[in-house]
Design a protein around this ligand. Structure first.
Ligand SMILES: Nc1ncnc2c1ncn2[C@@H]1O[C@H](COP(=O)(O)OP(=O)(O)OP(=O)(O)O)[C@@H](O)[C@H]1O
Length: 425
């Protein structure tokens, strides 16, 4: 409400009052009281009364206005719109909004009130459930078990010293890096767990003189040093069973020998290794027995074993493929060689005998002239000759090679003749 309006209303009241004193005096019964009392005293008393009456009237008006403002505000809030009085006739006055008193928010006291008479005024202790302790214990047990299992598996892999084996193979086998990596990968994969649902069966294929027997000998030597002589078998069919007529007996003997070895290995908690060289010469009876042993799921000891087959089966496919694709083949692309050759070789091998359905196939590629020179250097040094480079080159030149394709000269017999040539020196 403006001050102006309040002052107007009070001046109006004073005007109203100025007309009243005579009536008041009359009502008191004095006809001409001005004549009886002194004019000064009378006017002083009248003005006092007037002031009181003005004040009373003003208070009453003020009260009425406040009540009106409350009722308007209530009506506005009920209607969902702010209470607003708009003048019926247009004026330039800004409509006055009744001020609605706002409730003050009470702040919550942060202090905690404790009951009187307690021993100490402390926060009540939070009770921990026993289930939580059990859960923590369970976590600890699981952690220890997992840690132990990892340690044990590491021990298992360490026991077979696969890193040492990989180093030896990389150093001693020339030009077959991809195949070496593949073999070590299979071994690591197999030996990194105790529970097996089948034995590891790897079949290495390649043309003559590329290092199949060499690889087998290195692997046998490594396993002999790790699991002992009695748990490694190197089977050369042309030596152990030269007569086809004796194939049945050979197969029975081989079966009982393998059974004995796997049982012994099971007792010693070791994995035995069986290497079958010249597998292309193996009689069907022997292959049948081996298939039974490899596919056997009867008992655990037969599942914990490694079988390595070395043969030149499918060598024509490998040679053809390498000569045709020599431009795209590099030492780092053995993965491609395996991918491209595996389906072709598997097809040929499965026709030969179903034993190969159980095997992982690993092809060895042709050796280049540089690899043959490495073979000469190795052999000459072993025999105690001076490793003369020109001599080595001359000797490597005496070997037969396939026609050069994409700058590559592949040996027709690998390093097969190296030993014989060095022996002639
Ligand atoms: N990749 C190679 N790395 C090192 N030496 C090799 C390699 N290939 C062959 N040799 C050497 O050549 C000799 C003959 O090789 P190996 O007997 O391994 O050939 P192979 O592949 O088994 O051939 P085959 O099928 O005719 O028996 C070995 O004594 C070895 O010293």
């Amino acid at each position: 409400m403006s001050d102006e309006s309040s002052s107007t209303s009070s001046s109006q009241l004073v005007e109203d009052f100025e007309g009243e004193p005579d009536e008041e005096v009359d009502s008191d019964g004095g006809k001409n009281q001005t004549g009886q009392r002194g004019p000064t005293a009378l006017s002083g008393f009248a003005s006092l009364r007037a002031v009181i009456r003005i004040k009373q009237k003003y208070q009453a008006m003020k009260l009425r206005r406040q009540e009106m403002a409350h009722s308007l505000a209530a009506a506005g809030s009920l209607a969902g719109a702010p209470g607003r009085t708009s003048p019926k006739i247009f004026t330039f006055e800004v409509p006055a909004f009744p001020s609605v008193p706002q409730k003050k928010k009470r702040r919550r006291k942060r202090r905690v009130l404790f009951p009187n008479g307690g021993p100490r005024k402390t926060m009540p202790k939070q009770e921990r459930s026993r289930a939580m302790y059990c859960l923590y214990l369970l976590f600890a047990i699981v952690f220890v078990q997992v840690y132990n299992a990892i340690e044990n598996l590491d021990d298992h892999v360490l026991r077979y010293d696969l890193e040492g084996l990989e180093k030896t193979l990389r150093r001693e086998v020339f030009g077959q890096q991809g195949a070496v990596e593949g073999l070590v990968h299979h071994l690591k994969d197999y030996l990194s767990t105790y529970v097996h649902n089948k034995p590891l069966v790897v079949s290495v294929h390649g043309p003559s003189g590329v290092g199949k027997s060499h690889l087998g000998r290195l692997l046998a030597g490594h396993f002999r040093s790790v699991v002992g002589d009695t748990l490694v078998l190197q089977y050369y069919v042309l030596h152990h069973c030269p007569q086809e007529a004796e194939a049945m007996q050979c197969a029975r003997n081989l079966s009982s020998l393998i059974s004995e070895m796997v049982e012994k290995a099971e007792e010693e908690e070791k994995i035995p290794l069986f290497i079958f060289d010249e597998a292309e010469h193996m009689h069907v009876e022997i292959l049948d027995v081996l298939l039974q042993l490899v596919a056997s799921k009867q008992s655990n000891e037969y599942l914990n074993a490694i079988y390595l087959f070395l043969s030149n089966l499918g060598h024509t496919h490998i040679t053809k493929h390498m000569l045709q694709n020599s431009s795209s083949i590099s030492s780092g692309r053995h993965g491609n060689l395996v991918k491209e050759l595996t389906p072709i070789l598997r097809n040929t091998l499965e026709k030969h005998h179903p034993l190969w359905t159980e095997a992982d196939i690993l092809p060895l590629g042709l050796l280049e002239k540089g690899h043959v020179m490495e073979c000469f250097l190795e052999e000459i040094t072993r025999e105690g000759f001076y490793p003369d480079h020109s001599n080595i080159e001359r000797l490597a030149g005496e070997i037969e090679y396939y026609p050069v394709v994409a700058g590559r000269e592949y040996s027709q017999s690998g390093c097969k003749q190296v030993v014989a040539k060095v022996n002639l020196l």
